[in-house]
Every structure is written in structure tokens, then in C-alpha cells.
Write a protein of this length. Structure first.
Length: 150
């Protein structure tokens, strides 16, 4: 009986220990991701890494006081960089699209998203019970729209 208790305790400790190890190292990005990040953002020294999915990592960092996030696949492939912008940083062509196609909506969040395919503006809008996420290209054309109710 004593051997079973000892064996059970050792097994339990091993499971807990491996779980703690897995949790602690979950935020340690692979070397290929870190190398790709350093190549893309050579002046950035402080990065907080989180695993976004089985194959994607997100690094959060600041450039000139602005918060950025960049996503990379485990093999180091860059997927996207985003950063928030203030309302006064939204170009007039984009404001015109917002005013014309989404009258009465409040801007909850505004970001610029850069990908290998190009850059777009992303907005989280709110009007009453409606929440809308839209993407507008650099020319002011709405390229995607997702509407949901609270």
C-alpha cells in the first residue's frame, strides 16, 4: 500500500511538473520566429511573445511609444503587423468612406494592418446594439464587413 502511495505521489508530481514546464515555456517563441522578428524590426529590443495558435506566434512591442503586434509562423514567415491609430490619424479618404457607408457609427478601435499583400485600415464600430468590424483598403474601398449584435 505504501508503494502505491509513493508511486501515485511521484506520478502526480511528474504530471504537475510537466504541466508547469509546458506553461512556463509556452511564451518562448521558436528561434526562427525570433530571428525573423529581429530582421524585420532590428531596433526593437523588448518583445512579449504569445502563442496565437499551433503554428503562429504574436509579438507585442513598442515603437516610438506606439503599441504594435506582429505575427509570425513557426518557420519565421511574417504574417501581419498591426498598430492602433488615433482618430486624427485617419486619412480624409478613409473618413469619407466611414461617414458615407457607416453614418451614426462610433469608432471603438482603429488600426493599420500590414501584410505581405499590402496595408489596410481595420475598424471596430458601434451603433446601438450593433457591433461592426470593417476593413478598408488604402483607397477607401470597404473590403470586408462583419456585423454582430451585442
Amino acid at each position: 500500500m505504501r508503494k502505491i502511495k509513493i508511486l501515485g505521489t511521484v506520478l502526480f508530481a511528474s504530471v504537475i511538473g510537466s504541466g508547469i514546464y509546458a506553461f512556463a515555456t509556452n511564451n518562448e517563441a521558436p528561434i526562427k520566429v525570433k530571428q525573423a522578428f529581429t530582421k524585420k524590426f532590428p531596433k526593437v529590443k523588448k518583445v512579449k511573445w504569445e502563442k496565437e495558435s499551433n503554428s503562429e506566434w504574436e509579438g507585442e512591442f513598442k515603437i516610438k511609444g506606439k503599441e504594435y503586434s506582429a505575427n509570425f509562423l513557426e518557420d519565421g514567415t511574417w504574417k501581419e503587423t498591426e498598430h492602433e491609430i488615433k482618430r486624427n490619424e485617419i486619412p480624409s479618404t478613409i473618413k469619407t468612406t466611414l461617414d458615407t457607408e457607416f453614418p451614426g457609427y462610433n469608432i471603438e478601435e482603429a488600426e493599420i494592418s500590414e501584410t505581405p499583400e499590402g496595408s489596410v485600415y481595420e475598424f471596430a464600430l458601434e451603433k446601438g446594439e450593433l457591433n461592426t468590424e470593417i476593413t478598408i483598403d488604402m483607397n477607401g474601398k470597404v473590403v470586408s464587413k462583419v456585423i454582430s449584435e451585442e
